[in-house]
Design a binder for this molecule. Structure first.
Ligand code: THU
Length: 159
């Protein structure tokens, strides 16, 4: 029997330690929580994607009475970015979540489906997406979604 141990590296920043562009992206993700349509979960998520040319595209979770028809903030932002700016890679994605009257203390972890879609964006543009997960007590930063998704399933897996 052999063992495979996979590790992931995150840096943990306070808001003040972030660069100005990253603070701007976090601010945009926090603002985007205000546009969430979350009457069922009351869990408001905002995502902000920075494109290669510096443009910021935002999204928020959009829910539906048929729950699986809803979409997470990350995918709303990324699909909008890819639909409207298909020539621009996404360089950084920030996520924030607001619930029970406050932003989450711990960094908001994207769901598995969103991790897979972020991976698809990395594959499409052949460039990693930096990820900033906002928490009031610290912001987790990593250089690629691969830190959140070991053993990735990509197109090449099928060749
Ligand atoms: N949600 C997101 O938008 N992003 C995440 O990273 C986690 C979950 C949404 C989906 C649903 O509208 C609500 O949060 C509760 O799961």
């Amino acid at each position: 029997m052999k063992e495979l141990i996979l590790t992931s590296k995150f840096q943990i920043f306070s808001y003040d330690e972030l660069t100005e562009p990253d603070r701007e992206l976090i601010d945009a993700a926090k603002r985007a929580t205000e546009t969430a349509y979350a009457p069922y979960s009351r869990f408001r998520v905002g995502a902000a994607a920075r494109l290669e040319d510096g443009v910021i595209v935002c999204g928020s979770n959009q829910e539906n009475a048929a729950f699986p028809s809803s979409l997470c903030a990350e995918r709303t932002a990324l699909f909008y970015a890819n639909a409207h700016h298909p020539e621009q890679a996404v360089t950084t994605l920030a996520v924030a979540a607001f619930s029970n009257g406050a932003f989450l203390k711990a960094p908001i972890p994207p769901c598995g489906a969103c991790r897979q879609v972020i991976l698809g964006v990395e594959e499409r543009y052949k460039a990693p997406v930096r990820i900033l997960l906002y928490g009031e007590d610290g912001i987790y930063v990593t250089d690629s979604v691969k830190a959140l998704l070991p053993l990735q399933f990509v197109g090449e897996t099928m060749l």
